[in-house]
Design a protein around this ligand. Structure first.
Ligand SMILES: [Zn+2]
Ligand SMILES: [Zn+2]
Ligand SMILES: [Zn+2]
Length: 259
């Protein structure tokens, strides 16, 4: 499995428009963060998690040539607003792209992006997508994918666990936009080779883990390796990297991890 961090920034992106703080003015490319999303490569197939606002620039920056399926975590704007970019992949692949998520997420996307699913021609191109509501583990291109309920403030959303079968199965989980992990979900997160976890900033936030929360959860779950994501502009890459325990690192846009 090849995991590419397409974006690791919170909903505004970093730098923040108009902000003059040290991180927003930093010349370190690792302090430039597009909206949070990952790409999971398995053989010839690429599975995208969320269609972030910056999907267009993320595909160009990371030379993404195929998107064979999309998994949605939830329907906040920063995680879905790049959906129209999928039509380029329909042209390239000459096929409909399946998208997956909870029943509520699929219903929301059908309603909010009605132009995509409306059969009446509207002129201009539009994505060709097939919605799939999921709640249990399913198979996609040989990967086993388990949607896991996680809490984003009071909103239950999906994280995803991926298992690549083999002599020594590879286990990876992606939990963005998370402020609490239900015990049931924690049980499914044992023995991970790699975990990506939300850590918005150091200060308390009602709907996201802080760096301290995330570090504590990682110490409990003990994955082989972990990366933090969904940072705001209070997080300086180098400063955070120097302060984290061994085995935990801050994500940056374009980071690639192969397991
Ligand atoms: Zn700033
Ligand atoms: Zn969110
Ligand atoms: Zn978010």
């Amino acid at each position: 499995m090849k995991i590419t961090l397409l974006g690791c920034g919170t909903s505004t992106g970093v730098p923040l428009i108009g902000c003059q703080c040290p991180v927003c003015r930093s010349s370190n490319p690792k302090n430039r963060r597009t909206r949070t999303s990952i790409l999971v490569g398995h053989g010839e197939k690429n599975i995208l998690v969320d269609t972030a606002t910056d999907l267009y620039s993320q595909c160009l920056a990371n030379h993404v040539l195929r998107i064979n399926a999309v998994l949605y975590t939830h329907t906040h704007a920063d995680h879905i607003h790049g959906i129209d970019e999928l039509r380029t992949f329909n042209y390239l692949q000459r096929e409909i792209i399946p998208i997956f998520g909870s029943e509520e997420t699929m219903e929301f996307i059908r309603r909010v992006f009605a132009y995509i699913f409306n059969v009446t021609p509207i002129g201009g191109g539009k994505p060709l997508l097939e919605t799939n509501a999921v709640e249990e583990e399913f198979d996609l291109f040989g990967l086993k994918i388990l949607p896991l309920e996680i809490m984003h403030g009071s909103l239950p959303i999906f994280g995803y666990r991926f298992i690549e079968p083999g002599e020594k199965p590879k286990r990876f989980a992606y939990l963005t936009d998370c402020s609490e992990l239900p015990e049931e979900s924690k049980k499914e997160l044992q023995g991970l080779d790699f975990l990506i976890l939300d850590a918005l900033r150091r200060e308390y936030h009602p709907t996201h883990f802080t760096v301290e929360d995330a570090t504590r959860v990682i110490a409990e779950l003990r994955p082989g390796r972990a990366a933090l994501t969904h940072f705001d502009h209070s997080i300086d890459y180098d400063e955070l990297k120097g302060s984290l325990p061994a085995g935990i690192e801050p994500a940056y846009d374009g980071m690639v991890v192969e397991i």
